[in-house]
Write a protein that binds this ligand. Structure first.
Ligand code: HEM
Length: 407
């Protein structure tokens, strides 16, 4: 595999290799040269564009006509695409399909609906933190971050909460698919996780027909049965998207956010002193070290971004995490400052695909982090000098473990 690993260091000193563990461990220094000029075209198995500057990233995200979310199949990611089935989820659909799919589910993500979930999220967070307190040690990932979002999604979908460990396993495996080089075969264990997940949800959907409950899956089944507005395949694709998008990302907001606080104890102290700063702190965590490093588009026609010509069919890395460190947009971008204002980061994307679950993610992140800060007054990194291990996806950046001392 290593021999086939594409990598690039061009004459301007740009190195971009999502399949390199060291690059993934800290991509931020590699973004800096990208701010000095227009987007670069690099050869990663085939020509791809790297879009990193804030203004360019925003422009691409807003231009869904010229930059498709649907056409992954032309850019070497066929295996990743096929894994998710033939029917697109909204994340990888363009209008009008995207518009129809998004409209059907938006009502389950309104601020009111999310407020209704809050008490349950607090309960789950308290239980998880109790567990860490009882054993006298805290691995933020294993004890809290890996579990809270998947339990919340399981409840929203109306599936048994004890399934959450199996969900987590499936979702971890599927995220690993990002690490498979374009054009390479998908490992069997990843394919197996995907087929088990699809089969599980097919059965869940079947069991809701004629016996609906108060959950999101039942509401979607009803939409499918009443109007055919949602095909059976689309319904399955959406449920799977929710499990993946709503799970790994929020997990990593909690992990990356706690790491940032652990490395900036003055900011942690400030947040303890003024808990009302939490919403701004969450935004700064999302900007400074967001869970999503990049999203992906395909140019639908010959076009130009920020001075670089991009040919029809070219794949585009739309690097939201780089944009969030662009010095042309954020003063002192490498500083972690929970009082930063304004903070119009792009961690949740922009335009028609703006994250559907952003409100839920904010609530889950705030509650999880506040619960840990309240419970453990001496919270700090257990081994500040120890190297950190990241999970195997460039697109979704998150720690495998984060040990913190609580004594
Ligand atoms: C901190 C946590 C999260 C981050 C950083 C995040 C980030 C993002 C980003 C960047 C996009 C846009 C992708 C693109 O334009 O290609 C997106 C879309 C999406 N997110 Fe999130 N997300 C988070 C949590 C969630 C949660 C909790 C849910 C649901 C429970 C969710 C559901 C979705 C869905 C359904 C889309 C597709 C929206 C569309 O295509 O119209 N996300 N998210």
């Amino acid at each position: 595999m290593a021999a086939a690993t594409p990598s690039t260091t061009d004459s301007a000193g740009i190195y971009f290799n999502p399949w390199d563990e060291n690059f993934r461990a800290n991509p931020y220094p590699h973004y800096k040269p990208l701010f000095d000029g227009p987007p670069r075209i690099i050869n990663l198995v085939m020509d791809m564009a790297l879009v990193a500057r804030y203004a360019d990233v925003r422009a691409v995200l807003l231009d869904h006509a010229n930059f498709s979310s649907a056409q992954l199949a032309t850019t070497g990611f066929e295996e990743q695409n096929n894994l998710l089935g033939q029917d697109p989820s909204m994340l990888v659909a363009d209008p009008p399909v995207h518009t129809r799919l998004r409209r059907l589910v938006s009502r389950d993500f309104t601020p009111r609906r999310i407020r209704e979930l809050e008490p349950r999220i607090r309960e789950i967070a308290a239980q998880l933190v109790d567990g860490a307190e009882r054993k006298g040690s805290l691995d933020v990932m294993a004890d809290v971050a890996n579990t809270l979002p998947v339990m919340v999604i399981a409840e929203m979908l109306g599936v048994p909460p004890e399934m959450y460990q199996t969900f987590k396993h499936w979702s971890d495996k599927i995220v690993e698919a990002d690490n498979v080089l374009p054009g390479m075969p998908m490992p069997d264990d990843i394919k197996l996780a995907m087929s088990e997940l699809r089969e599980f949800f097919s059965r869940q959907l079947e069991s809701r027909r004629g016996r609906p409950g108060p959950d999101l899956v039942s509401a979607l089944v009803a939409a499918h049965e009443q109007s055919e507005a949602l095909s059976a395949g689309e319904l399955l694709a959406f449920v799977i998207l929710l499990l993946l998008a709503g799970n790994e990302t929020t997990t990593n907001l909690i992990g990356n956010g706690m790491l940032a606080l652990g490395r900036h104890l003055d900011q942690m102290a400030l947040l303890r002193q003024k808990p009302e700063l939490m919403p701004g702190a969450i935004d700064e965590m999302l900007r400074y070290d967001g869970p999503v490093q990049s999203t992906f588009r395909t140019a639908t026609c010959d076009t130009n971004v920020g001075g670089t010509d991009i040919k029809a069919g070219t794949g585009v890395f739309v690097m939201v995490a780089a944009a969030n460190r662009d010095p042309a947009h954020f003063p002192d971008p490498d500083k972690f400052d929970i009082t930063r204002d304004p903070n119009d980061h792009l961690a949740f994307g922009e335009g028609i695909h703006f994250c559907l679950g952003s409100g839920l993610a904010r609530v889950e992140g705030s509650i999880a982090i506040a619960t840990m800060l309240e419970r453990f007054p001496r919270l700090r990194l257990a081994n500040p000098e120890a190297p950190l291990k990241y999970k195997g996806s460039y697109f979704l950046r998150g720690l495998a473990h984060l040990e913190m001392a609580i004594d």
